[in-house]
Design a protein around this ligand. Structure first.
Ligand code: ADP
Ligand code: 5GP
Length: 205
């Protein structure tokens, strides 16, 4: 009997407004084998955002305590706020065989890559920078100055896209969701993910 397979750690990045949340919500609909890692942040909630569902909204003091206690898998500063992934949830779910998705920016993703090289790193690209600008503006969740800061940050983030394993263009939403499903499925058969399985078969030969 094979030991239980660990889940896949899926890191999902891309500039603010590219559609990460929209793609993930659609991909996860009705799936029971995957869970979303709720990040912690020191930014204020947007209208409709619920503490514990969209983010854990922490004070700067609480965030720094959690860093000091080694409880964050990764964290980064973005637009003057801390954002980070609580470690315990991710580790427990992976050990239980669930796939876990982290929706995080590029500096945090690089830290996860160093700690978990077996992860699957996906970058979401906009069809063009202009489309990104209009999605971010039309979403209407940030004022003009914040939109501009996010677009400035987007340039630096887009330059990191080549260090990911896969790129998904979010032009047509259904096609992007389909591409995500295909990449996750294929990664499960990758040698890097199945290395232990190969060794296990050999051990019992
Ligand atoms: P992110 O999570 O990357 O910040 P969102 O998921 O909030 O981005 O999407 C930003 C905006 O773009 C939202 O208003 C969303 O409805 C819209 N959007 C997302 N994907 C598409 C798409 N494929 N076509 C058109 N609009 C989209
Ligand atoms: P927003 O304020 O739009 O929710 O998020 C801003 C950026 O922070 C996005 O690129 C988002 O992916 C990223 N982010 C959200 N949670 C985390 C996290 O836990 N860690 C890191 N490093 N980035 C995060």
């Amino acid at each position: 009997m094979m030991t239980k397979e660990r889940g896949q750690l899926i890191v999902f990045s891309g500039p603010s407004g590219v559609g990460k949340g929209t793609i993930l919500a659609k991909y996860m609909e009705g799936r029971r084998d995957i869970c979303y890692s709720v990040s912690a942040t020191t930014r204020s909630p947007r209208p409709g955002e619920v503490d514990g569902t969209h983010y854990f909204f922490w004070t700067k003091e609480k965030f720094e305590e959690m860093i000091a206690a080694g409880q964050m898998l990764e964290y980064a500063q973005y637009n003057g706020n801390y954002y980070g992934t609580p470690r315990q949830f991710v580790e427990e779910k992976l050990a239980a065989g669930m796939n876990v998705v982290l929706e995080i920016e590029v500096q945090g993703a690089a830290k996860v890559r160093a700690a978990c090289p077996e992860g699957l790193f996906i970058f979401v690209l906009p069809p063009s920078f202009e489309v990104l600008r209009s999605r971010l503006t039309d979403r209407g969740t940030e004022d003009a100055a914040t939109v501009q800061k996010r677009l400035d940050a987007a340039l630096g983030e887009l330059r990191q896209a080549a260090s990911y394993d896969y790129v998904i263009v979010n032009d047509d939403l259904d096609r992007a969701v389909e591409a995500l499903a295909a990449v996750v499925r294929a990664d499960r058969c990758s040698v890097k993910f199945q290395k232990n399985l190969i060794e296990e078969v050999l051990e019992h030969a």
